[in-house]
Structures are given as C-alpha cells and as structure tokens.
Design a protein around this ligand. Structure first.
Ligand SMILES: Nc1ncnc2c1ncn2[C@@H]1O[C@H](COP(=O)(O)OP(=O)(O)O)[C@@H](O)[C@H]1O
Ligand SMILES: CC(=O)N[C@@H](CCC(=O)OP(=O)(O)O)C(=O)O
Length: 262
C-alpha cells in the first residue's frame, strides 16, 4: 500500500505566527501523499469575545449554541482554513481547503442531549466517512486541508473536535493507504511532567496510559488526544505519533521524535 500522512496541527501552533510559519514550510516539504487537519479553538474564542459571544466548555468540548456555530463556521471554515491554504500555496504545496460537508466527506450526527446539551456538536462514525472523494484529490496531486466542521446531511453544519476528525479520516483511509497519523502541537510529545518540555515519554500503550492517568500526569487536552490516538491504532491505522510541530518533517521518516502510540 502507498504511504499517507494524516497530520493534525493544534490551536496553540496556529495562534503563534513563528511556530506556524516553520510548521507550514516543513509540512509543504513532506514528499508523498498527505492531509492536514487544523484546529483553531483559541482563535474562535477570541473572535467570539470580540463579537460578545462568550465560549463555554464542558469536558474540553465547546458548547456550540446557534450563535457559536456561526462563529466557528466563519473562523474554522473561513479565516483559518483559507489562510493555511494560501500559506501552503506560497510554500509550493497544492492545498485544497475543505470542511467535512464538502463532497459529503464527513457526515456526522448531532450529539444527543443527555445531562449536557452540547448544541451543534457533531459525532462522527468512521464507517460513514467517504474516502473516495479524498482519494480522487490525493491521486490528482492535491493536499486536502480540513477545518474541524462536519454536517448532518440535512443542511446543518456541526462543530467536531479536530483531533477526532484526524483519527476518523486516518481510520477510513487506512483501508486504502498505509497511514501514519501525526498529532503536532507545541510540546515535544506526551510529557512525564507537563512543565518539563524535555521529559518526553517515548512510547505509550494502554497499560502505561492507565498508569499515567492514575498518577495525574495527564490533564486537559492531552486526554482526548490520547483517546483518539488509541482509537486510531486499534482500528487499523499503521502508526500514530504525538510530537512537536517543529518535528513534523522528521516524523514522516524513520527518525521519529515524540511519543509513539502502540
Ligand atoms: N503530560 C502532558 N504532556 C503533554 N501535554 C499535556 C500533558 N498534560 C496536559 N497537557 C496539556 O495538553 C495540551 C494539549 O492538548 P490540546 O490543547 O487539546 O492540544 P492542541 O493544541 O493540539 O489542540 C498541552 O498544551 C498541555 O497543556
Ligand atoms: C466540539 C469542539 O470542541 N470543537 C473544537 C474544534 C476546534 C479544535 O479542535 O481546535 P484545537 O485543535 O485547536 O483544540 C472547538 O470548537 O474548540
């Protein structure tokens, strides 16, 4: 099978012009087939504040009411997605910006209301992801760039966590390609101590994950990121890595830096 890199870049990198520029140069230089998924949660929060629409989170997920879905559609599907595409084009990468609604690639279901009403948040089932249009774009030499938006098939855009979009696409495409899923953020990997940037854990399996959780080493966004990483590796994705945005290029070779998920 042909190799495919499915690469996700987080909001802290997108929000830092120096880190972002370096990341996009390295991403553009990666040879072979690749897909980029971007977040942008921090920018959406800032834009919402400017519009008088405050952000609320439960369990790390944004409560996406009617006003908020408009903000995130504009920010993720417009501002962030198109800026990334233009910068990749400037770096010689033939990027094409997409949401999950485009070509019906990522249908989703509005999260059912239980104790919490998350509003217009979409849950993805990997068997509903449409790989064929993505394959057509990849075979034509283009690099799809995904905003973290999905749709319900009835005309409603939905907000879906970018880490989840990345693992769902990686799983669906692993039927056609040998996929390496790489989560890029502003740390060198999963750390033994979140404040010590050099304390990288090289390898995490389910048992180590449970021990790290019990020891309170893992908090905040790294928990859903690891859940998505395990979902991918347990559903046919060949390799999953979590590392620094600066290491994206080396992480597409045999010399990996960061945390390998097994
Ligand atoms: N042990 C840990 N190692 C690395 N990051 C950690 C750890 N514990 C908590 N974190 C936090 O998790 C965050 C990553 O999650 P998140 O903000 O969702 O990433 P992204 O920017 O990719 O969306 C880091 O910025 C860090 O603050
Ligand atoms: C449902 C949900 O929470 N969606 C996320 C999508 C953006 C995202 O995932 O951005 P980062 O990768 O920068 O965190 C949100 O709106 O914050």
């Amino acid at each position: 099978m042909i190799d495919l890199f499915v690469i996700k870049v987080g909001g802290n990198v997108i929000d830092n012009p120096t880190l972002l520029e370096a990341f996009l140069q390295k991403f553009a230089a990666i040879k072979g087939k690749k897909i980029l998924i971007h977040g942008g949660g921090k920018i959406a929060t800032r834009m919402g504040d400017q519009l008088g629409i405050a952000s609320r989170y439960v369990n790390g997920r944004r409560i996406t009411d009617a006003a908020t879905i408009d903000v995130v559609t504009m920010v993720y599907g417009g501002l962030v997605n198109k800026q990334l595409v233009a910068k990749l084009q400037a770096n010689g990468c033939n990027a094409i910006g997409l949401t999950g609604a485009d070509a019906n690639i990522i249908p989703a279901v509005k999260r059912p209301v239980k104790e919490i009403d998350f509003g217009f948040v979409g849950d993805v089932t990997t068997d509903s992801v449409q790989a064929a249009p993505l394959q057509a774009l990849l075979e034509a030499g283009m690099t799809p760039v995904f905003a973290p938006l999905t749709h319900d098939g009835k005309g409603q855009i939905l907000n879906t966590n970018a880490d989840t979009i990345a693992s769902s696409l990686a799983i669906a495409l692993s039927q056609h390609y040998s996929v390496r899923l790489i989560y890029c953020f502003e740390k060198k990997g999963v750390l033994h101590d979140a404040n010590d940037d050099n304390a990288v854990i090289n390898l995490i399996d389910r048992q180590i994950y449970e021990e790290l959780k019990a020891d309170n080493v893992l908090t905040d966004g790294i928990l859903p990121k690891l859940e998505n990483a395990f979902a991918a590796i347990e559903s046919g994705v060949a390799e999953v890595l979590i590392g620094h945005a600066d290491d994206v290029q080396s992480n597409t070779t045999d010399t990996v830096a960061g945390t390998l998920i097994r």
